[in-house]
Ligand binder design. Structure first.
Ligand SMILES: [Zn+2]
Length: 298
């Protein structure tokens, strides 16, 4: 058995490797990619279990990862089991006593404050990791482990309340934005809707109606996959998308001369039809596009 120090190091190495891996995949991975995960040092380290929602590698005394059980369809914008007031997630433990089987290692994660990975599943075969998260408490009556989405370690039990705005920011930043990104990039097959650039590291999920607007829900029909430059151009109204899915470039930009990025990257996109997701439900909402397009033309 590895010493406690070696286990802690291994855990951090896994996190570092997962971070690189997941970035190169656009922020999400398939189940096969996670069960076949190999660390950069060559060690095979499955990150999800093939049959259970918890991953307890033999090298570690505490749980490495859990999978959020909620998986209730792509049109529910907040399909997770996170309590929005507290930012806590309740994880139901497996059958049997809390100190036996898989439960024992999750209990060890609570006792040793070991950071773990939470996999959210916005779609059946689409895993979005949130890490590190911490097991901070246990609700014996309801057979729940309490997982804190906030990694600042401000909380030692579920009874500690944090500022609501702070919690909302944490949940949005750590869970909802990555899940929105995963859904949108997946729907667009990891390509920019404007120019088809296919490097996930250079792609964003652009909102049509801003997420600061209460209608700006993190659903695919309120998003478009765009490369960084087209996303920024869209947000700055240098680039518009009309409700018939045609790309428009701002007149001032069209009249300017300034090298190949302007010429090929922006001006050449004028009049182009957007590359749309194959699923009709995933396509941009035309009313939202119209609203945003009015702002572009103004
Ligand atoms: Zn692009």
């Amino acid at each position: 058995m590895l010493s406690h120090e070696e286990q802690a190091l291994l855990r951090l190495e896994i996190f570092a490797d997962l971070e690189l891996f997941i970035e190169s995949r656009g922020g999400f991975a398939s189940r096969d990619e996670l069960t076949g995960f190999v660390m950069r040092n060559g060690l095979r380290m499955p990150l999800v279990d093939t049959s259970r929602g918890i991953r307890n590698p033999q090298e570690l005394e505490a749980t490495l990862a859990i999978v959020s059980a909620s998986d209730v369809g792509r049109n529910n914008p907040y399909d997770d089991a996170i309590d929005r007031e507290s930012g806590l997630l309740r994880y139901s433990w497996a059958q049997g006593p809390v100190d036996a089987g898989d439960n024992r290692k999750l209990l060890a994660a609570l006792e040793t404050s070991a950071p773990i990975i939470l996999f959210e599943k916005p779609l059946p075969n689409l895993y979005v990791p949130v890490f590190p998260v911490y097991v901070i408490d246990i609700d014996l009556g309801n057979r729940h482990f309490i997982i804190d989405l906030d990694d600042s370690r401000l909380r030692t039990s579920r009874d500690v309340t944090l500022d609501k705005k702070y919690v909302a920011r944490v949940v949005k930043h750590r869970v909802h934005q990555p899940m929105f990104r995963a859904r949108v990039l997946s729907a667009y097959n990891k390509k920019c809707a404007v120019c088809t650039l296919k490097y996930p590291e250079l792609l964003d999920a652009a909102h049509i109606i801003s997420d600061s607007d209460e209608r700006g829900l993190p659903v695919v029909s309120n998003g478009m996959a765009m490369c960084k430059i087209h996303h920024a151009a869209y947000d700055q109204d240098f680039l518009g998308v009309s409700p018939d899915y045609v790309v428009h470039i701002n007149e001032r930009l069209l009249a300017d001369r300034n090298g190949p990025m302007l010429q090929f990257g922006l001006q050449a996109m004028n009049g182009k039809l957007l590359e749309l997701p194959s699923r009709r439900d995933d396509r941009p909402d035309r009313d939202y596009l119209a609203e945003r397009f009015a702002q572009f033309g103004a």
